[in-house]
Design a binder for this molecule. Structure first.
Ligand code: MLT
Length: 266
């Protein structure tokens, strides 16, 4: 397995919190949360393989491979245990990481993410998207995703739409296709939920058109130790759409965990 050195940013000190971004974004997605939580923990935000400033080799990025890259980063940083949370595809990576190394988690989080595999239809759509990106570049996936990303109440000219678009457009076609192929291959993890015995945050925008609230509720019911927080009116990118509410949700969750008690200061 050819692991790579991931680019990452770090804010704050103390107990580590690792935030994994979704597809096809980068660690910049977490800018507000990284700044807003730096007073209570060490926030580590990697750029997953193929995204941001990390290398984007051609290939298939299985969720296991992406998780191995993250484990390698944690080893390099001397982080033995952390709260590890993922947004959307980052959540698929967090689930793969749990399969590989459950002892590395102090807490778990799925943010606008879920545990199920693609349907056959969904898998076919991923491969058509791979072809479309081959023909039209990253623009093809941006055009497909952008209309589904936000809640209904966001104004047409809301600047975060442009922010999301430029973050996605910065992803190289090889990063997009590698991730699409990898997501198509990911196994179903719904049976794994019962084994995730650390405190787990399920965070979901109630207007998310990609991951439904029903799925978030089903996961919270299947997990032994879950906290479900819903962000009213938010779509698939609550950290951009409602940054303060998202940061507050993370603080509230961390506040209940011994290593992060300083969160009480908010
Ligand atoms: C993401 O935001 O990471 C993607 O929407 C995940 C997916 O396509 O399944």
């Amino acid at each position: 397995m050819n692991l790579i050195d991931l680019h990452y940013t770090e804010h704050g000190q103390g107990t580590p919190l690792v935030l994994l971004h979704g597809f096809p974004f980068s660690s910049s997605l977490w800018r507000d949360q990284a700044n807003g939580l730096a007073d209570i923990c060490r926030v580590i935000t990697p750029d997953l393989r193929g995204h941001g400033a990390s290398p984007a080799p051609e290939g298939t990025y299985t969720m296991e491979l992406l998780a191995q890259d993250v484990l390698r980063l944690l080893d390099t940083l001397g982080v033995e245990k952390a709260a590890i949370m993922g947004h959307s595809m980052g959540g698929y990576v967090a689930l793969a990481l749990w399969r590989l190394a459950p002892a590395r988690f102090t807490a778990f989080g799925l943010i606008a993410s879920h545990a199920w595999a693609d349907t056959d239809e969904g898998r076919k759509a991923r491969y058509s998207q791979v072809n479309a990106v081959g023909e039209r570049g990253t623009r093809a996936i941006v055009d497909a995703m952008l209309p589904r990303l936000f809640g209904p109440n966001l104004a047409e000219d809301e600047p975060i739409k442009e922010t999301a678009e430029s973050l996605m457009m910065a992803t190289k076609p090889s990063g997009v296709t590698g991730s699409l192929r990898g997501m198509a291959l990911r196994p179903d993890s719904s049976d794994l939920l019962a084994d995730i015995d650390v405190p787990t945050l399920i965070l979901c925008g109630d207007a998310d058109r990609i991951v439904s609230l029903a799925r978030a509720e089903a996961m919270a019911a299947a997990l032994p130790n879950a906290t479900l927080i819903t962000i009213e009116g938010a779509g698939h990118l609550p950290m951009l759409e409602q940054p303060h509410a998202t940061t507050l949700a993370l603080r509230t969750f961390l506040n209940d965990l011994d290593p992060y008690k300083k969160a009480e200061r908010l």
